[in-house]
Design a protein around this ligand. Sequence first.
Ligand code: FAD
Length: 412
Amino acid sequence: STACDVLIVGAGAAGIATAASLLKRRKCLSIVLVDPSERHAYQPGWTMVGGGIFKPEDTVRPMRDLIPDGVKWEKASVAAFEPDHDRVVLSDGRRISYRMLVAAPGIKLNWSAIEGLEETLGRNGVTSNYHYDTAPYTWSLVQNLKGGRALFTQPPMPIKCAGAPQKAMYLSGDHWFRQGRINDISIQFHNAGPVLFGVKDYVPALMEYVKKYRANLNFGSKLLAVDGTRKEARFANTAADGTVTEETVGFDMIHVCPPQVAPDFVRDSPLANQAGWIEVDEASLQHKRYPNVFSLGDAAGTSNAKTAAAARKQAPIIAENVLAVLDGKSMPAAYDGYGSCPLTVERGKIVLAEFGYGGKLLPTFPTWIIDGTKPSSLAWYLKAEALPPIYWHGMLKGREWLVSPDLKKTAA
Ligand code: FAD
């Protein structure tokens, strides 16, 4: 068994950014980062892969190239948290103890919750931008579809990047529109939830594109099963009065956003809340029952939009607060719930949703530069050109002046 000052579980967007932010503040800190994955993915790029804009290779890097110098990478999987003993158990049985724990293992894509999906995903017209291997298949289906029915599904909340299911629909619709095929393809959006987007300020701009692409919106419609060979999807539709009826819909292509849950080892741990997520305070990101435990990213039990943009703001806040707790001081930093969802409504335009807790709008730019409630070409430029380098060279390197200029630094 080994020991360290700070143990970070998960080297995704959140974990690496946190390690970098901690080291920027205190070089001598001993940090161990645990993650079994050889590769690290810039998942926000997968929507662009599915739209034929990014190449899949551009969205991944070898993990070893991203672990900050001075951080020890333990290439292993955490099997259990033992916060009462200040340690975690690895899947090979080894234990690592810590003074401070930062848990950032992300979200679990629950593909198997949809009957028949795993057998047919990536074939038979069944695709998903939520997987590195199948995002390119979305684009090939979109290019090849000349007519028929295209389905796009969204599971119950919470999911990471809640806008991604409809982004896939808009970018597909845009291609068919430009190719003059839009009248030959019937688009259906099946959303298990009750609204197009959770923050109402963005809905009017999105509805313009729903009309443009002649998409048919079905709310309270939850995907149950996919039969790839018969090209049929089965949905449970909940009516306003609560009655549930099942419906089978034939398709020529279907883009599935899988249901999402907390990772099993998180759900089964003492760190979890009732819903399975890590039970932290919304502002300090400190665990409500274990003061030397923090969490950020998709696994955290906070009500912000689960996005890399949220992790970008959370990482420096965690760094500040973790060091304060280590030093026995009071925690200086608070998170406002910022998250961002760049809705790719057409090639070249984005509705840039940026909001915090309670749906409060938190735009980065003044309205005259980017009005988030309107389609913007500058916002497209941001997503297509600026954000990937900001992610790799800013966020993952702890260069906070670039990613979080509003943060007041207090820790020495
Ligand atoms: P992840 O980046 O998923 O990393 C989790 C890490 O934990 C992984 O490296 C994994 O290997 C590791 N791990 C898992 N289990 C264990 C274990 N047992 N032990 C150790 N390590 C473990 N966000 C945006 O901001 N903007 C967007 O436009 C956007 N679009 C998206 C589109 C799609 C299609 C998808 C899929 C996501 C999108 N996101 C977007 C969301 C964004 O990618 C996530 O919110 C972000 O990656 C969360 O960071 P994380 O570190 O919590 O999780």
